[in-house]
Design a binder for this molecule. Sequence first.
Ligand code: OAD
Length: 236
Amino acid sequence: MNENRKKIVVLSGAGISAESGIQTFRDSDGLWENYRVEDVCTPEALARDPELVIGFYNQRLAQVLKAKPNPGHTALVELEQKYDVRIVTQNIDDLHERAGSSNVLHLHGDIRKKRSQVDPDDIEDIIPLEKGIQMGDLDRYGKQFRPHIVFFGEAVPNIEPAAKLVEEADIVLIIGTSLNVYPAAGLMYYARPDAKIYYIDPKAESAKGLDKRVVCIAGKAGTAVPEMVRQLMEEA
Ligand code: OAD
């Protein structure tokens, strides 16, 4: 490990997985066009109708299992040859890991896992993944397992380690997020004053409330990320 390598933190959102066939949330025909957040992504929804919530996330899991990493995910792996790369993702899919990225921190959970409703540290793999979480799959307290997803209204346990990574970064790459959801959307503000910040998203230029330093690159992850990576590899 070369300690002098520059540090890159990638802040990724649903847009990086769009070209892999995974629906985003807020684009036209995004998930939140067809479902109400309060029906499927809150602790109250889970208490009221666990079958609906668990079924919704089993569908998300089925979609993820069919998807493959795209050139946006794989280009980020190449960066590890010359940089210390940390990925902080809002995504619950495992496409960064399957592409081969070494350091991935999930802010909003991991669709491949289930969690006890009693002990938040009891997190287990869903086995077999194809079946998803079954109704009647109980934790050691005899309570139904829930998806390992951070619901709206819940704390984001990984936000502190994520903020620390951003504080240490020389370069921050924000990719494919509408920057609507906090605290994730505020992470860029932890960057040092001399850090370079790039924002790759088809709608980058219309984003509001961006840090003044942010360089916007309007484009799709599958093409704009490999281009950015080529540039960064030359600069390293
Ligand atoms: P959104 O659906 O809010 O935003 C998706 C972003 O991806 C938009 O800015 C699009 O312009 C962009 N996009 C679409 N296609 C793209 C492509 N091919 N390449 C690059 N960008 C593209 O998704 P997030 O910002 O990730 O949380 O949403 C944040 C959180 O809201 C999610 O983690 C999820 C959701 O509710 C929970 O469920 C807790």
